[in-house]
Design a protein around this ligand. Structure first.
Ligand SMILES: *Cc1c(COP(=O)(O)O)cnc(C)c1O
Length: 394
């Protein structure tokens, strides 16, 4: 089979759509004014900013545009949500899950060094959080609960709505209401985000995961939420995120979400089909594999597979030479034998976890891409296993 380039790392980042780039271009050149300036140059940029904020608010069903804070990325939105609400409120306690993105986990761990307390909820074997455990961890000084909407390594969708319903009941009897945050970076553009239906107070999004530009994100903050900024220096973004606005990025991310929402149904049907075809093909053609993604409770675009007895990194490099881009599902810090925190949380066998890859699909993938992967992957796995001492001694 002829070598082809196949990009299956869409959960790491995506390419900017042509329509998005076109929408952005004028804001680098003609409409370059500072949105805070009073002259016409500035006011044109400001008009674009206002329009984008209104559009974005509608896209996630926020009550008002003032609830939309444009940030520099998803990581920044997560940091403001967690640290900003802990600083602003009396309590010292945050509850999150064991399978969050590092933008949440490391933020919580850092806060623990500064006198705050964090609890990390365990999950079942498909990665869904243990709701009973979460309820039991709530204390008088719990300020915020942060549960991701879908996981970036295995794709599992978390019961955020259920958590919000439970919290609503609990909050009825509390003076200091517990806030609910969700990191929706892996679902924006893939599932319809509705902050009312989800019942969240805070929600994070990142532009580059749904064919928008890098370096731009959004934090939704429900009106009335007690939260403080982490940065200081201006009135921008209602004081929550000071600094001259990235108007091109904001316009681009908003356009990208608009497009994604309007094409969601057909796109996700296609992506589900491609993902499930690859999963089925891998199980049929390759012995000793474990599909870590629950195909019935996950976002369409993610497939995590463990290839027993090999190193994920080895396979990743072999795939790269064949033109296929995927990512290691296990901790890819070189030399680290630790399996990823997500695979540990779902109770994956640590040895198997080392041979884990994440294939993540997007709108530009085709059936030919999947056929090509299914053609080359079995041989590569066999070759990698021949080099593996554990495979040879079994
Ligand atoms: C990519 C990602 C982030 C970080 O977003 P950036 O914009 O790259 O900082 C946060 N959370 C999840 C779940 C992600 O997949």
């Amino acid at each position: 089979m002829k070598k082809r380039n196949v990009y299956l790392d869409n959960s790491a980042t995506t390419q900017v759509r042509k329509e998005v780039l076109e929408e952005m271009l004028p804001y680098f050149t003609e409409i370059y004014g500072n949105a805070s300036s009073v002259h016409t140059f500035g006011q044109e940029a400001k008009a674009a900013l206002i329009k984008a904020r209104e559009t974005f608010a509608k896209l996630i069903n926020a009550d008002s545009p003032e609830e939309i804070i444009f940030t520099s990325c998803g990581t920044e939105a997560d940091n403001i949500a967690i640290a900003g609400s802990l600083i602003a409120n009396k309590g010292k306690h945050v509850i999150t899950s064991r399978i969050e993105h590092h933008a949440i986990l490391f933020t919580c761990q850092n806060l623990e060094k500064h006198g705050y307390r964090a609890d990390y909820i365990s999950t079942d074997k498909i990665g869904r959080i243990n709701i009973e455990e979460l309820k039991n961890k709530i204390t008088d000084d719990t300020v915020i609960i942060s549960i991701m909407h879908a996981n970036n390594e295995i794709g599992v969708i978390e019961p955020v709505e259920e958590v919000s319903k439970i919290l609503k009941e609990i909050n009825k009897t509390r003076k200091n209401k517990i806030l609910l945050h969700t990191d929706a970076v892996q679902t924006a553009g893939k599932l319809k985000l509705d902050v009312q239906k989800l019942g969240v107070d805070l929600l994070s999004v990142s532009g580059h995961k749904f064919y928008g530009p890098k370096g731009i994100g959004t934090l939704y903050i429900r009106k009335g939420t007690n939260i403080e900024p982490l940065f200081h220096g201006g009135h921008h973004e209602f004081g929550m995120k000071p600094g001259t606005e990235n108007v091109a990025g904001i316009v681009g991310m908003t356009k990208a979400l608009e497009l994604a929402n309007s094409e969601m149904e057909e796109e996700s049907k296609k992506i589900f089909y491609l993902r499930n075809k690859l999963a089925k093909g891998i199980v049929e053609k390759i012995p000793e594999v474990v599909i870590n993604t629950d195909l019935n409770n996950s976002v369409a675009g993610i497939l995590s597979v463990s290839f027993n007895y090999i190193e994920g990194e080895t396979l990743l490099l072999m795939l790269d030479m064949a033109g296929i881009a995927a990512s290691a599902g296990s901790a890819c810090a070189t030399g680290s034998a630790e399996p990823s925190h997500v695979l540990s949380a779902i109770g994956a066998n640590p040895l198997a976890a080392q041979g884990t890859l994440r294939f993540s699909f997007g709108r530009y993938n085709t059936e030919e891409d999947i056929d090509y992967v299914l053609e080359v992957l079995p041989n590569l796995v066999e070759r990698a296993r021949k080099m593996s001492p554990v495979w040879n001694s079994k």
